[in-house]
Design a protein around this ligand. Structure first.
Ligand SMILES: Nc1ncnc2c1ncn2[C@@H]1O[C@H](COP(=O)(O)OP(=O)(O)OP(=O)(O)O)[C@@H](O)[C@H]1O
Ligand SMILES: [Mg+2]
Length: 673
């Protein structure tokens, strides 16, 4: 059960809806079917019962008609003249013949004439049995009081015998054992039940002369029951069986009937069920309902037959086969069931449609959620209705939109971050480069100054000796040329050594406030000659509002001179050197730019420019920029290069206004000269 419930919980909403509705439909369908069939059954049965009650009333009419016809026969016969003649004359020549003629003509079983005291004058059926007294008979008594009377009466066997032994034999029944019948001590019936009428025979003055009574014995007389069947049920049949049946009971015994037993004979001699016996004979009320009659179920109606004194002496019954009604009911129920089934199928279809419609947005949302999970934030749910699902869809779309915005911001931020990281990495790399360069320069400087110091003295003695030897050699001497070469090359070596020592020199800076424009002017003056020889024009664009700046004037002059000479040397066929000074970096540093229109520097050399001994010149030492860089860095500044091959280069020296203290040579105290 729990598993069942769990698997129900795991079903898609659509299936859940369908199953729940299905349960409701099936349960209500079953209830409606149950109530419907019950109602149908009841309606059909009560219809059948009211019909059978109605049929019983019709049967009574047939019965009563028979009574009144007998009454009329007897009354009219009692008024016949031959009877008055008989009493007046006392003779009976034609009496017997005439009475029996009437009896036969009207199919009476008995017709009897009684005198004024009740003594039997003549029995038309049995002329020899006369003379007995009938004054005790209630019909005779009433007729003697000048009344015509008719009704049903039980006739004892001895009276029947008087009318003829065949009549007594007709009335006699051995009981056929019937399962449902009430217990009775006797096992046969010997009395008869008769429709009887009596009328007075009067003279002209109206005085009673005698009584004429006659009757029809019901036992084994099927006239009335068959007439009821013909008139009421019109001989209708269902599957070769009479639908309608009628029976006259003497007490509980069937004495005239058209109910057939299983052999197809009339089921006379059988008895009514205990239940009906009790209700109709015992309590004197009508009984209507379903009853098992001899061989089949019938819808039946029973009412008591009463004697003139009101005593219950028998029953009148009509019954209809239940089968046609049951079949009708089954057919109706079948139709009803079919209709119910069809409407269930229709409802189910409708249900599936509705469920699909209700859950479609949800399914779309699942699809959308999957798409979003895979990263497609542009997907939107279609909103059809304004109900909760619609609201959910709107909220879902809003959520996706927010998610998309957040994602975009995040991407944007990521990009910015990336850029920042790149910038920072670049800065770090530059700082690292500077550091490496500084360290390289520091160790190189130490080594170079050591070597220079050791070489300086031998060089000096070579130079002095070479000079002395030159002085002693006169013109045309064979050693004059070699000695001149020794002297020149040695001088060049000494220059290199001097440069090395300069590069390595770690003299403490002589810091004092200085006008940077003034430093530029003085340096330019020194190289003006050289420039004009080389056809280089120097243009100065100096910002005169620059503040004084703390620096070592001599060292900075050396830097400027190096840069200016480099520029001039880069313009072998002449050009322009533009020197600019200005305030920059939000007013926190001074920039001095040396822009030439020279040959430019190929990109692969840019990195190596500041390395010691990097030179492209045959006469150069490659120390100029290395030394300058060291000086500017010691002051806390930098040198940048921008160059384009064939167009020129710009060297920019940046000096912070507030001295920051460089790293170059700041730690070593060694001083080499
Ligand atoms: N303004 C410039 N234009 C083109 N190339 C330059 C310029 N300044 C420097 N260089 C290049 O940088 C190299 C290094 O310059 P650096 O001043 O250090 O040494 P040098 O000028 O070669 O020798 P030295 O300065 O000892 O005479 C030069 O050989 C030259 O190739
Ligand atoms: Mg140089």
């Amino acid at each position: 059960m729990r598993n069942l419930l769990r698997s129900f919980h795991n079903l898609p909403i659509r299936s859940k809806l369908i199953l729940s509705f299905l349960a409701v439909i099936v349960v209500s369908g079953v209830i409606i079917l149950f109530i419907g069939t019950r109602l149908e059954h009841r309606t059909i049965m009560s219809l059948a019962e009211s019909k059978v009650s109605h049929d019983l009333a019709s049967a009574w009419m047939v019965y009563n008609e028979k009574i009144s016809s007998i009454r009329d026969i007897v009354r009219l016969s009692a008024g016949r003249e031959f009877l008055q003649d008989y009493f007046r004359s006392g003779g009976r020549p034609d009496l017997e013949k005439k009475l029996d003629g009437i009896r036969r003509e009207y199919s009476l079983d008995i017709l009897t004439l009684v005198d004024r005291r009740g003594g039997v004058i003549l029995r038309a059926r049995s002329p020899e049995a006369a003379g007995d007294d009938q004054s005790h008979d209630p019909y005779v008594q009433r007729a003697l009081q000048k009344q015509s009377i008719a009704g049903t009466q039980i006739i004892p066997r001895e009276e029947l015998l008087k009318e003829g032994s065949d009549l007594a034999a007709r009335a006699y029944f051995e009981f056929i054992p019937t399962a449902m019948a009430a217990e009775r001590p006797e096992n046969h019936e010997e009395n008869g039940m008769m429709l009887k009428a009596a009328s007075p025979v009067t003279d002209d003055r109206g005085d009673v002369l005698g009584v004429l009574y006659g009757g029809v014995l019901f036992n084994r007389n099927y006239e009335i029951v068959d007439r009821v069947k013909d008139i009421v049920f019109k001989g209708e049949k269902y599957k070769d069986k009479d639908i309608g049946t009628a029976t006259i009971f003497q007490g509980d015994l069937r004495i005239a009937t058209n109910v057939l037993d299983d052999r197809g004979d009339r089921a006379v001699g059988t008895r009514v069920s205990r239940e009906v016996n009790q209700a109709v004979l015992g309590e004197g009320r009508a009984w209507v309902g379903r009853a098992f009659v001899v061989t089949h179920w019938y819808i039946t109606a029973y009412e008591p037959i009463k004697a003139v004194d009101g005593a219950i002496i028998g029953m009148l019954y009509v019954g209809m086969l239940e089968k046609p009604y049951i079949d009708l009911r089954n057919k109706l129920m079948g139709t009803f069931g079919l209709l119910a089934g069809l409407s269930m199928v229709f409802l189910l279809g409708l249900l599936a449609f509705i469920a699909a419609n209700i859950t479609r947005p949800l399914r779309e949302m699942v699809v959308a959620a999957n798409k979003i999970a895979r990263g497609d934030l542009t997907h939107r749910v279609r909103i059809r209705m304004g109900d909760e699902i619609g609201q959910l869809g709107a909220a879902f779309n809003q959520m996706t939109e927010d998610l998309r915005n957040a994602n975009e911001n995040l991407t944007q931020w990521g990009r910015t971050l990336e850029k920042r990281v790149e910038e920072r990495t670049q800065e770090l790399r530059e700082a690292e480069d500077q550091l490496i360069r500084s360290e390289k320069l520091a160790s190189l400087g130490k080594m170079a100054s050591g070597v220079a110091h050791e070489i300086n003295n031998p060089l000096t003695s070579i130079l002095i000796n070479a000079s002395l030897m030159l002085e002693t050699c006169g013109d045309g001497h064979a050693f004059l040329e070699p000695l001149t070469m020794i002297s020149e090359e040695t001088t060049r070596c000494a220059q290199i050594v001097k440069g090395l020592l300069e590069f390595a020199r770690q003299t403490p800076a002589q810091i004092a406030p200085a006008d940077i424009n003034d430093v530029i002017e003085r340096t330019a003056q020194l190289i003006e000659m050289q420039a004009s020889v080389r056809n280089v024009k120097i243009i100065k664009a100096l910002d005169t509002s620059l503040p004084q700046i703390e620096l070592d004037k001599n060292k900075i002059r050396q830097v400027f001179s190096n840069l200016m000479i480099n520029a001039i040397e880069a313009m072998p066929t002449g050009g322009t050197l533009t020197i600019t000074s200005r305030l920059n970096g939000n007013g926190r540093q001074v920039e001095i730019l040396f822009a030439d229109t020279g040959v430019g520097i190929p990109p692969e050399n840019i990195q190596k420019l500041f390395d010691p001994f990097f030179t492209t010149k045959s006469f150069g030492t490659g120390l100029g920029l290395a030394v300058s860089y060291g000086i500017v860095q010691q002051r806390g500044g930098t040198i940048d290069v921008k160059s384009e091959v064939g167009r020129g280069s710009v060297f920019t020296v940046k000096l912070p206004l507030e001295e920051q203290g460089g790293e170059f040579f700041s730690q070593g105290e060694a001083h080499y000269d």
